[in-house]
Structures are given as C-alpha cells and as structure tokens.
Design a protein around this ligand. Structure first.
Ligand SMILES: [Zn+2]
Length: 68
C-alpha cells in the first residue's frame, strides 16, 4: 500500500508540475528526480506521461525504441 501512495503522489506531482511549467523553465525530472532547467521532454510510458530531462530522455528513448 505504501507503493500505491507513492505512485499517487508521483502522478500528482507530475500533474502539478505540468500545470505550473507553462511560464517556468524549471521542472523536476521523473527519472532522476533532480530539478532541471534545461530541455524538457514528455514521454508516455505505460499510459503515464513522464516529464524527463535531456539526459534521461536519451536513456528512455533507447528503451522505448526497443519495444517499437
Ligand atoms: Zn533526469
């Protein structure tokens, strides 16, 4: 049950950050959990949209391509 709560919080955080990102260049990467101000990528993984930094995007892209 602890995981569910954590997951819910993560989804909530993503939603909040997506809403507040419009005018702000900073975002929290869902992959590494760091606050980044660089290029932002949105990647849908298993039905969830993740906001990830440029570094993690390269990693995720490689994995996602494997399933295409
Ligand atoms: Zn990252």
């Amino acid at each position: 049950m602890k995981n569910m709560k954590k997951r819910f919080l993560a989804v909530l955080l993503v939603t909040v950050s997506l809403l507040s990102l419009a005018g702000c260049g900073k975002f929290k990467c869902d992959m590494c959990g760091e606050e980044k101000s660089g290029k932002k990528h949105e990647q849908t993984v298993l039905g969830e949209t993740l906001t990830i930094c440029d570094d993690c995007y390269e990693t995720v892209k490689g994995v996602v391509d494997l399933f295409k």
